[in-house]
Each structure stands twice: as C-alpha cells, then as structure tokens.
Design a protein around this ligand. Structure first.
Ligand code: 5AD
Ligand code: SF4
Length: 491
C-alpha cells in the first residue's frame, strides 16, 4: 500500500474538518477505534471482502476501497468469513444486475448468524434509481449503498453505517440503510490511501466519466460527465508508484484518447504519455480504452517512437456496419475504422489489436452482421470480446424498433465467436520459436512449477520458474503455442 497515513495524530474528539481528504482521514481514525473494539470483543480482528464485479475502472476503485478498509484495521478474507462485505457492482449488461440480487440472498444467510456483519453495495448499478428502490424494498438487510461519484467519502459513510449498526444491535431494532447517491460531480479528491493487488504493476486513473453517449451504453449515465485529472497529479502518483517498485502502469479511462480536453490548460493524451515515459523505473505503459474517433496521428507517432508503450491497442469496433455504427452514435464509418487500422499497422507492424463487438444491436440485419464479419476477417484481431446486445433502460437504443429475436442473436454470436477464435489462434502461432520480453506476474494457478507473465503485446506465457521471478522482465523463448497462450522457457 502507498499513501499510508498516521491516524494516531488525528484527534477524533474534535469536530470533523470540512476540507478533503483531511475529513476522510478523520473518519478513518474514528472507524479504526470501532474496529479495534470489535476486534477485542470478537477475539480477532474484523474481516472484510471487497468483491469486484466490473471493468478495470471498477477494479481500481476496489483497490481504493480496500486501501481504506486496511487503514481502518480490517483484514482481508473470503466473502463467507467476512464481517463486512462490499460488492462493487457493474451494470453495463443486464445479467450483471441479476448476479447481484442472487448473491445478496446468499449473503443474508451469513448476516443472520453474525450480528455485527455489514453489507455494502457500490459501483455503477447503484447509480440507477430503480435498483436502489428495489434494494430498499426487497433487500432491507443491506447496510450501505453509495455510487460512483462519492467513493472518496467511503470512510465517512462507513462510520455512519457503523453507528447505525451499533444502535440497531443495542435496541434490537431493524437496520436503517445508509444511502448516498450523487448524480454527478466535478470533484476529484487526491491522496487517499489505496491498496495494490500487485507490487510491480498498477492501474492509474487519468480521467473519469464519458461524454460519448453511444446509444446502447449506460456508462455516461452512471459514471457522469468526462473529467480529467491534472497531469501533475497523475505524474506524481506514477513517480511514487515507480519509487515503490512498480514497473508497469495501465492508464485508465473510458476514452483515454480524449484525455485533457476539459482541463484549464489542455494537455493531449499523447503529451501525457510522453511525460509518463520520462519517469525512471517505469518499463511498460499500457492504456485502456481507446475510441476510434479520437485516436490521433500524434498518438500513433508517440507510440511508434516509444520503447515503453506496449505494443497493444484495444480499439472497440462494436459493429462493422456503417448503418449500425451511425445508430450506435459511434461517429465513424466502417471505412474510416479500416483506414485507421491500416495507419496503425503501417506505423507499428508488430502491434496487437484487440476489440469489443456487440452482436444484435436493434435493427441489425444479416447484411449488417456480414459487414462485422468482414471487418473481423480484414483486421485479424489478436483477440476480441464479443457481447450479446443487452437492452439498458434509459439509453436511446432501448426504445429503438426491431430488437433482434433471441435465437437469431445467439446464432450470430456463435458464428462471430468461432471466426474470432480461428483468427486469434492463427495469429498467435506466428510468434512460436521467437524470443520475447515477458513480465512475470504470478505463479501458475494449476501447476506450482510454472509462473505466468505477459508479453508487451499482452499475450500470456507460462514457463517453468519460481516466485523470485515475479515482477521481473525476462527473455523467454516461446516453445509452443496453445491457442490463446504460450508455453516458454527463460533464456
Ligand atoms: N449491450 C452489450 N454490450 C455492451 N457494451 C456496452 N454496453 C452494452 C450493451 N448495452 C460493451 C461494449 C463496450 C464494452 C465495455 O461493453 O462493447 O465496449
Ligand atoms: Fe459507453 Fe461509448 Fe462511453 Fe465506451 S465510449 S463508455 S461504449 S458511451
């Protein structure tokens, strides 16, 4: 963890400070007192589990929430043994919501046996008013709900939840749920504690929210308007990470290519990358996600001339049909997308390109789908995430006519998946026999004699090795391609 703070110097008998992040440190100190008391009462320190259900942005938020819980004195555990369970939810597709309701019922069984157990819900799904209403009515055992705009306030909200819990146990009364959802904010609070899942790599938020309003997507409604962090804050965070042993950073945003446009002194994403590149100790720079309409020539040039920016670009296509792209409000045509790919490949022939594709957007005809298959065959993606279109209430696409029947949708999805897989396997094979730099990330989960790492282009490699190699970059000869990963040997 970095940003460790000295909570002992905070006088919790004073009034809470108004300014941030001092106010949150104050509440962390107050929560810590309670956690200590509960620990003494239970004869063990209270345990927590933050369950991440979403994308890389959510995963980064989960690390921040975990960092605060660890400062307070909670220790990490499995969900089933935790005194505080926090679900960081996703709502990009409908099935993510169903999963949360199912798991809440299961959790309630544990809560009934543990009077001080608390359940919290946060993340994108909580920004939907109907969801919060349903939880209030049908899942009244939940203790805390907050959204995506106020996660920095977590310590303060947790303290209110603790006070409620103490009162309800003392008076044997029903829970009163703490609910704090904001619709939007411009506020970005720096310098809160954060946990890091890996000591050698870290995600770094460079911006929040999205202004694109793709017609199928709920993200702009639940993550709010686009706002960028100041470049100096980002660079300071990465410098601290580098000093702490981090060699790889992943710059995170819903559309990193439009980074910096809303700052008082605008900075382009390409300029930011050049500054990150100067930080000594950082060996690899990744970023996620790009939007084809904003990917500049300047960025291609900076990537081409960089020895640190990884040879991987995730460039969501969504559909290969210009008609559907227009209905999706993506602001590029099939031809413009293909031209962009050609430009990127001519600058960096070895770059891996991955994508997201949605099957069955309203009104998608067999001809439209054939256009998507055509782009997939032309681009030859190294891998692709394929999704069945999911109707999200409140988005423009939800009220469009001609929603595709489910059986047609599933058949198209299977056809797309098999095409994508066939190409990915063919492409992967071309590296067999070559030597590549691999950053070792962890021990192999199935075989303790192996370790697992990633190449610059994001391909996964398994090789014989030991825990001492974790966090190091090694030259590896790729001896065999197993379709979606390689087997290799360190040189
Ligand atoms: N239905 C299906 N997939 C969706 N995505 C976003 N919204 C939807 C939806 N309503 C996909 C897009 C995006 C990825 C993160 O999720 O492909 O790039
Ligand atoms: Fe959603 Fe489009 Fe924004 Fe991506 S760019 S988060 S798909 S609205």
């Amino acid at each position: 963890m970095y940003n460790e703070i000295d909570l002992d110097n905070i006088d919790i008998n004073l009034e809470p400070p108004a300014e941030e992040p001092a106010r949150q440190y104050y509440y962390m100190a107050k929560c810590r007192e309670w956690v200590k008391d509960l620990g003494e009462k239970q004869g063990r320190m209270p345990r927590f589990c933050v369950v991440n259900m979403g994308c890389q942005m959510n995963a980064r938020d989960s690390e921040k929430l975990t960092g605060i819980l660890e400062q307070i004195g909670y220790t990490a555990s499995r969900e089933e043994e935790a005194d505080f369970v926090l679900y960081n939810t996703c709502t990009v597709r409908e099935n993510a919501n169903h999963k949360v309701y199912g798991r809440l019922g299961y959790l309630n069984g544990f809560k009934k046996k543990n009077p001080f157990m608390m359940i919290g819900l946060c993340g994108c799904m909580m920004q939907e008013a109907l969801v919060v209403e349903k939880i209030r009515k049908s899942y009244s055992f939940v203790d805390l709900i907050f959204g995506t705009h106020n996660i920095y306030k977590f310590a303060e909200l947790l303290y209110t939840t603790i006070e409620n819990r103490i009162l309800s146990v003392k008076h044997n009364k029903k829970n009163s749920m703490v609910i704090d959802i904001w619709q939007d904010t411009d506020l970005i609070v720096e310098d809160l504690p954060t946990e890091r899942k890996y000591f050698f790599k870290s995600g770094v938020n460079i911006m929040f929210g999205c202004n694109n309003f793709c017609s199928y997507c709920i993200v702009p409604y639940v993550r709010g308007r686009e706002r960028s962090r100041e470049a100096k804050d980002i660079l300071r965070e990465i410098e601290m990470l580098a000093k702490d042993g981090v060699v790889e950073v992943m710059l995170l945003g819903q559309n990193v290519n439009s980074y910096g446009k809303t700052l008082d002194s605008p900075v382009s994403f390409a300029q930011l990358l050049q500054e990150v590149e100067k930080i000594s100790g950082i060996e690899r720079i990744r970023f996620m996600t790009s939007h084809p309409k904003d990917l500049s020539d300047e960025l291609i040039d900076v990537m081409k001339n960089s020895s640190k920016i990884c040879r991987h670009l995730h460039l969501p296509l969504q559909s290969g049909s210009t008609d559907i792209l227009q209905k999706m409000n993506r602001k590029y045509t099939k031809e413009q997308y293909l031209d962009l790919i050609a430009k990127i490949r001519s600058a960096m022939p070895d770059i891996a390109i991955t994508t997201d594709i949605i099957v069955g957007f309203p009104g998608e005809t067999e001809e439209d789908f054939a256009e998507t298959l055509d782009v997939v065959r032309k681009v030859e993606y190294d891998s692709a995430f394929t999704f069945l279109y999911s109707k999200r209430t409140g988005t423009p696409a939800a009220s469009m006519e001609n929603q595709t029947p489910e059986d047609v949708l599933k058949k198209r999805f299977d056809r797309l998946l098999s095409e994508v897989q066939k190409i990915a396997v063919k492409k992967a094979e071309k590296y067999t026999g070559s030597t590549q730099k691999v950053l070792i990330e962890h021990r192999n989960e199935q075989d303790a004699r192996l370790v697992t790492g990633r190449m610059s282009n994001n391909s996964v490699v398994h090789l014989p090795g030991n825990a001492d190699m974790i966090g190091k970059t090694v030259d590896v000869t790729l001896t065999e391609c197993k379709g979606f990963y390689y087997i290799g040997e360190a040189n």
